[in-house]
Structures are given as C-alpha cells and as structure tokens.
Design a protein around this ligand. Structure first.
Ligand code: FAD
Ligand code: PYC
Length: 416
C-alpha cells in the first residue's frame, strides 16, 4: 500500500471508507464444508489458518456470531508469558511463545509482539517460595524465568514502589521473553491470512444447533444463516462453550465468569514492562497509544453479562495506586468485561469429545490470549488428524474423571 497524506486519510474517512480494500473476503455461507470452526476469536481463526496452511484443508469456514475479535480476544490485557508450573503447560505455552516470536513475519501482518518482560511480584514469604518453585521448574523445562531482588525489580520498573507500602515487594519473578501484542491485530492478521488461503470467514452467523447422524456423528450445524453440512466441528467459543456443548448434551467442567479490565487516559511512555501482582490482584502495562492497561480479578458470580462489580475494579485500582503512587491522579477512560471459561484445574481442554467429529478448545479462563497461536496450531492438528498433537495430548476432558489434573491455579495468576 502507498503511504498517504493526512488529507487523503480524512477524505477516505469522510467517504465512508469507499476505496478501502477489505482485509478478508466477505464470504457467504456455503451449503457444506469439510470443517467448520465455531468462534471467530484468535483461537478459532488461528486453528482455521493452520488447518489450511499445514493440513491442506481449504474448504473450511469460521462462523462468528458477532464480529471478528469481538469476544475475549479484543477484550483482554494482552499479557504473554510461558512461566507455568507443570511441564505439560510449559510445553504448551512456550510452543505459543515461540510462534509469537515470528508471528508478524508468518502472517505478513504486524501483530506488534513486544517482548518487554513480564515481572510477577512477590509480597509475602509464601509468594517468594511459590515464585522460586516456578523459576526452578521453568528453568528445568528450558523456559526462561529469573529471580529479582526488590532493588532489581525497581531497577527494571523504575516507577514501582517497593517499600513503605501495605505489602512491600520482597522480590519478583521475571520472564524477559514475555510481553504483550496488539489483540485486534492478532485476530485481523489470522483472519486475513486464513482468508487468503481460502477459508470463509463468516460474521453475524450464530451456531444455534448441532445435528448428528444415525451413528451419533456430527453431520451439520444449524445457524442463524441456515443449515451448513460438515463432518467436523471445532468449537473455540471461550465463555460460551457450555452453551454450545449443551446442543449435543455434553456437560463440561466449566464455569463462566466476567473478567474486567480498564484503561487510563493516554500519557507519554512511562511504563517499560508488564507488572503483575497476584497477591494484591492487579496487573498493568502501557499500550502503544499511551493508555495504562489495567486488569482485575474475576467476578464472584457466574454470568454471561459482559460487566462485573465495580468493587472489583476499585480493588485493582487501589492496588495499582499503592504500587505506583505516581498514577494516583490519573483518570480512567473506560472499562469493560469479557466472559472467561474456567476449569477446576485452571488448564485448558483441547481435545476430541465423545461425539465423533466434534472437537473442543476451551477452558482458557483468564489466560488464553498468550496461547493463541500455539492453541490454534495444536487444535488444527487435532481436528485434521482426529488425534491430539503430542503437546495437547494431556489436555483432555477425561482428566477430570481419571484425576490427571494439571493444576495451574498459582500460574493462572488472576484471582478466581
Ligand atoms: P474469544 O475471543 O472470546 O472468541 C470466541 C468467539 O466465539 C467470540 O467472538 C464469540 O462471539 C463466538 N461465539 C460464541 N458463541 C458462538 C456461537 N454460538 N456461534 C458463533 N460464534 C460464537 N489472557 C492472557 O493470556 N493474557 C491476558 O492479559 C488476558 N487478559 C484478559 C483480560 C480480560 C478482561 C479478559 C476478559 C480475558 C483476558 N485473557 C487474557 C483471556 C483471553 O482473553 C482469552 O482466554 C482468549 O482471548 C480466548 O480466545 P478465544 O479465541 O478462545 O475466545
Ligand atoms: O494470564 O497472564 C495472564 C493474565 C494476565 C491478565 C489476565 N490474564
């Protein structure tokens, strides 16, 4: 694309964007596909991209009830890290982190991946012990993570107050390869690249039912835009997974909660990294627009309403003001919520279901953005081959029955 002047930009804006090239084809639903993905968030779009790119499945559609990236993908605080405790998780999240490192080149689209370092603060003796356990486990699994003294933590983030506060900073775990990416760009980049490979991206198309044949296998989805035949359905619907699974009578161990975030008015670059405090429940980074991006814990109640209690935002802001007193006079611009799907062990499910032809990718709870490319990659493998990729093989539904849980409650980091 040619660079253009401010005047051209203004003219194009005022003309209702006439002459702009859409980034992906505005596809109409076809009567049948080889595979259908339900959910046009990063995970579903990623899966469609890898299905087309690595498994040669080009006759596929992504069905999105709203708009691309309008779910949690476009609502999250964009923290990316792979410092989980168990080897299974470290393999999954680090697979994703490695894909993030080249994703802009892979998609030919700037997803603004910024490995600026994620620092997780320790405020109690218990925090110190847990952080050090994570650091040792990560390093043993080949994942970078290091311990910082309070003074080193402050040197890494000079606006951080480490003492004379309610919960002094006793140290921090730092993953330097962690960071952030631009959430919308991830959805748009995958959508554009998948569409270019032939995938139909269909917005405003809600799946309302799943039809099965005489043997119980998937044969079609019912949608608000008509019936679509397909032998394979991959569900990546985050907080609404339970609603879709109910269409075939499956009940998964998921609970859906609102999770909130908010941004401040924009200011000049002041915040060089990502800081998370699990003990006093807040996390913060600065976007490229200059806004402070701040997140809280999940709501106390299960709900599909994309808003949460004001006291949860207030609690996060109190923690931020304590850790960063210089932000006390800043104004908050807006807040919002997304619906996150939480499993009992805080790890995802990426698996075949008992229904032949039905696959599910869910349970990412408060932490799935970081996994987007890795999750899409292994989910595509699972759908195409009808068997898991070695990386997602432990993330079954059956683990909740046979007890092989992957308990990442501490690494999930956000209070639920
Ligand atoms: P989504 O982006 O939600 O996509 C699912 C899509 O399915 C939606 O667009 C929805 O409209 C669609 N859908 C649902 N039902 C149907 C249907 N019947 N038919 C068709 N379409 C349907 N994770 C991190 O790693 N780091 C963070 O910093 C972080 N911060 C967060 C902050 C907030 C406030 C929230 C809400 C979440 C946060 N997360 C974070 C979690 C992360 O956003 C999610 O785990 C991840 O984005 C899930 O991606 P997805 O593609 O699975 O879901
Ligand atoms: O999983 O790192 C995370 C996270 C940060 C904020 C919300 N989730």
């Amino acid at each position: 694309m040619q660079p253009f002047s401010g005047l051209t930009l203004l003219r194009r804006g005022l003309s209702g964007q006439r002459g702009w090239t859409p980034q992906w084809r505005r596809a109409q639903p076809k009567p049948s596909y080889d595979a259908v993905i339900v959910g046009g968030g990063g995970h579903g779009l990623g899966a469609s991209y890898y299905l087309a790119r690595e498994h040669g499945l080009k006759n596929i559609a992504v069905l999105e009830k709203g708009w691309i990236g309008g779910g949690n993908t476009g609502r999250n605080t964009t923290i990316i890290r792979s410092n989980y405790l168990f080897d299974e998780s470290a393999a999954l999240y680090d697979h994703a982190l490695k894909l993030w490192e080249n994703l802009s080149e892979e998609l030919n689209y700037n997803v603004m991946f910024s490995p600026r370092g994620v620092m997780m603060l320790a405020h109690t003796v218990h925090d110190v012990q847990v952080s050090k356990r994570h650091i040792h486990a990560n390093r043993a699994a080949g994942v970078d993570n290091e311990w910082l003294t309070p003074a080193q933590a402050r040197a890494f983030c000079p606006v951080l107050k480490i003492d004379d506060i309610r919960y002094p900073v006793l140290g921090a775990a730092l993953q330097r390869r962690g960071g952030t990416a631009r959430h919308d760009a991830v959805a748009w980049g995958f959508a554009r690249a998948a569409s270019a490979l032939g995938v139909d991206i269909i917005e405003n198309c809600e799946v309302t039912g799943i039809r099965r044949d005489a043997k119980g296998a998937v044969e079609a989805v019912e949608t608000t835009r008509g019936l679509i035949r397909t032998p394979k359905v991959g569900v990546s619907a985050a907080g609404h997974t339970s609603v879709i699974m109910k269409m075939v009578g499956l009940q998964l161990p998921l609970e859906s909660f609102p999770l909130q975030a908010l941004v401040s008015e924009p200011v000049k670059p002041i915040f060089p990294c990502v800081v998370m405090s699990n003990t006093i429940h807040a996390y913060i980074s600065q976007s490229d627009k200059g806004e402070l991006v701040i997140g809280a814990g999940t709501d106390a109640y299960t709900s599909y309403t994309q808003r949460g209690g004001l006291h949860i935002d207030s609690h996060a802001l109190e923690a931020i003001c304590e850790l960063f007193p210089m932000f006390r006079r800043m104004r908050m611009l807006r807040s919002w919520g997304g619906i996150v799907d939480v499993t009992p062990d805080r790890s995802p499910i990426i698996a075949k279901t008992p229904v032949p032809g039905l696959y599910v990718n869910c349970g990412w709870g408060t932490g799935g953005f970081k996994a987007t490319p890795g999750s899409g990659h292994v989910f595509a493998h699972t759908i195409a081959r009808d068997e898991p990729h070695p990386i997602n093989a432990p993330f079954t539904i059956e683990r909740f029955r046979d007890g092989h849980l992957i308990d990442e409650a501490a690494a999930a980091a956000v209070a639920h």
